[in-house]
Design a protein around this ligand. Structure first.
Ligand code: AQP
Length: 342
C-alpha cells in the first residue's frame, strides 16, 4: 500500500499554553481554514497533553484551552465541518503515544532541536514528557491516519520524526498500516519573527509582550506594537533580493503578504521605495482590519464557555469514531490479546 492509497485527511494542533499570537494565526490557524475550505476531512486539536510537558497552572490551562477553541472558531473553523477536539478527551492519543515511545529510538529523540531549545542548559531537570513530545505528536497525527499536516516551519523536524515512526512501525510489523504523512509548510509566513528581534521566532513564551501580536490584543495595542516594531534605516526594496540581511524588514513584509493573501514579490512591487514611516501605518491598518474581527469574536465566544465545552465534547465523540478502531487494529497487529464480549 502506498501513501497515496490513504484517504486524504488533515490533522494539526496548537498548544493551549496562552498568548496565542500572530505566528500561530498565520503559520497555522489561517491555513487550517484553507484546508477546511478544500473539503478535506480535517481534525484540529487543542494539544493540552503537549502543553503540560512544561508547568501549566491548572486555572490558566482551562482558560487557555477554551480561549484557543474560541480562537479556532473566530478564525473561521466551523465545528460542523472540521472536528475540533481537546487532546486529553480522546484517550487514543496518549495510548498510541506509548506504542510510539517503544518504536522511536533514543538517538532520534536526542536530535530534536526543540527539546534542546526548551530544556535549555538544565536538560536533566526537563520533564520526561518534554523529551517524548515528538512521539505524542506522531500519535496525534497517526491515530487519525492523517495524510497532511499543516504546520509552521518550526515543526518540520518533528514531522520528519513522525514519518520515521510510521515507516519503522510498518517495516517492523511487515504491514503498510500507517500513512507516511506530508508536512504542509507553505505561504509567506511559515516563520513569523519577533517584532523586537528579527532573528527570533515570534513565540508565546517570549517575556516581551511587545515581541508578538496576541489574538487578544485590541486595535490600539496592535497598531502600537507595529509602530514600535524594530526596523532598519533603509527604504524598502522593490525586489525580494533586497531583503537579504534585513531580517526585520523581511518579517514585516512577510506578515503583510500573508495577511493580504499576496506574494512577497507582489507586496514589494507596491511598497518598494517607501520608508518604514510610511509602510508601518499601512501594515497596522491591514493588521487591525484582519485581526480585530477575530479578537471581537473570541471575546464574544468566551462569554459562552458552556457552548465551547459542548463543541469540544461533540468533537471528541466524532474523533473517537476514527481513533478507537485505529488503536484496536494497532494492538491487534502488535499481538495484544483483545478483550472479549462478556
Ligand atoms: N512564529 C511562528 N511563525 C509561524 N508559525 C508558528 N507556529 C508557532 N509559532 C510560529 C505554529 O503554530 C502552531 C502551533 O504552535 P504550538 O503552540 O503548538 O507550539 P509552539 O511552536 O511551541 O508555539 P510557540 O509560540 O513557539 O510557543 P513556545 O513559546 O512555547 O515555544 C505550529 O504549527 C507552529 O509551527
Amino acid at each position: 500500500m502506498s501513501e497515496t492509497s490513504f484517504t486524504p485527511r488533515v490533522f494539526s494542533g496548537i498548544q493551549p499554553s496562552g498568548n496565542l499570537h500572530l505566528g500561530n494565526y498565520l503559520g497555522a490557524l489561517k491555513r487550517f481554514v484553507d484546508w477546511q475550505d478544500r473539503d478535506v476531512e480535517s481534525i484540529f486539536c487543542m494539544v493540552d497533553l503537549h502543553a503540560i510537558t512544561v508547568w501549566q497552572d491548572p486555572v490558566d490551562l482551562k482558560k487557555s484551552t477554551r480561549e484557543l477553541c474560541a480562537g479556532f472558531i473566530a478564525s473561521g473553523l466551523d465545528p460542523e465541518k472540521s472536528i475540533l477536539i481537546n487532546q486529553s478527551q480522546v484517550p487514543e492519543h496518549a495510548q498510541l503515544a506509548w506504542v510510539f515511545n517503544c518504536i522511536a529510538r533514543m538517538g532520534w529523540m536526542q536530535r530534536m532541536t526543540q527539546f534542546k531549545d526548551k530544556a535549555g542548559k538544565n536538560a536533566q531537570n526537563a520533564s520526561l514528557g518534554l523529551f517524548a513530545y515528538p512521539a505524542l505528536m506522531a500519535a496525534d497525527i497517526l491515530t487519525y491516519h492523517a495524510t497532511h499536516v499543516p504546520v509552521g516551519e518550526d515543526q518540520k523536524q518533528h514531522l520528519e520524526l513522525t514519518r520515521d515512526i510510521a515507516t519503522k512501525f510498518n517495516h517492523d510489523y511487515g504491514i503498510d498500516f500507517f500513512p507516511v504523512p506530508e508536512p504542509v509548510i507553505e505561504g509567506a509566513a511559515t516563520r513569523v519573527m519577533s517584532l523586537r528581534d528579527g532573528s527570533k521566532k515570534m513565540s508565546k513564551s517570549d517575556p516581551s509582550d511587545a515581541s508578538r501580536i496576541n489574538l487578544t490584543d485590541d486595535a490600539d495595542t496592535i497598531a502600537k506594537k507595529i509602530r514600535k516594531a524594530k526596523t532598519d534605516p533603509e527604504a524598502l526594496p522593490s525586489e525580494a533580493d533586497g531583503l537579504e540581511g534585513r531580517p526585520e524588514a523581511r518579517n514585516l513584509i512577510n506578515i503583510y503578504a500573508a495577511m493580504n493573501n499576496q506574494s512577497v514579490d507582489e507586496v514589494l512591487a507596491d511598497v518598494g521605495g517607501k520608508q518604514f514611516s510610511e509602510f508601518k501605518p499601512m501594515l497596522a491598518e491591514l493588521a487591525v482590519s484582519k485581526m480585530s474581527p477575530i479578537t471581537t469574536e473570541m471575546a464574544r465566544l468566551m462569554e459562552h464557555q458552556d457552548e465551547i465545552d459542548k463543541i469540544l465534547s461533540r468533537g471528541s465523540e466524532r474523533a473517537r469514531a476514527i481513533t478507537a478502531p485505529i488503536l484496536r487494529k494497532t494492538y491487534e497487529i502488535m499481538g495484544m490479546v483483545p478483550p472479549i464480549e462478556m
